[in-house]
Design a protein around this ligand. Sequence first.
Ligand code: URA
Length: 226
Amino acid sequence: MSKADPLLFLKALKEDGVEHLYIPRKAPPKQAGGPTTESVKEGMLELREQVRKCKRCAELAKTRTQTVFGSGNIRAKLVFVGEAPGADEDKQGVPFVGRAGQLLTKIIEAMGLRREEAFICNVLKCRPPNNRPPAPAEVTHCQPFLKRQLELIRPKIICALGKHAAQSLLQTDRPISALRGTFSEYEGIPLMCTYHPAYLLRSPGEKGKVWEDMKKILQRLEESPE
Ligand code: URA
């Protein structure tokens, strides 16, 4: 993947009328007394193996090159959840590495974070053929994996990217335009829904709204207790 250029994203945001960048203080360490990094790592490795072997969706198991579990910091304060791997992700086994992924990286860096500080995953862990939207049964089959990932990481904030992630986490069919912009909750964790970076590639005029959502995330991270 090419090195992301946060300045380009900031320039695009400025063009869309977004004036300033919000830079958070250094993230505090995880709370003492909670699960250890070693136990979270063990849980994630075990889960990754379950995902790797999964054949619940016969079509996806047959057509995938590999499963795409997720990547990043297993002790992240912020988790991004996308829709499903595309062709690039299926090839590399890493989420958000194509064009939409490069834009996501720019967004994260414009927030003053490094991509590796967050955890990034998808509702589906396998690529739907021809990048078709996830089928409801596929979302249901994959749900326990995402649920367990979030349970293990227990981030301060979840950010759902696009309609499929938002609707799946919130168990709703409300449109993303209505869900974005304010915090909802997933299993007691604040959840911000926003537009998917692939949508921003098609509709760059909407970048300002995503930036508003990211600023709310940064504000909430800043306020959240150790
Ligand atoms: N779009 C997604 O929702 N997820 C990816 O991993 C890549 C593109």
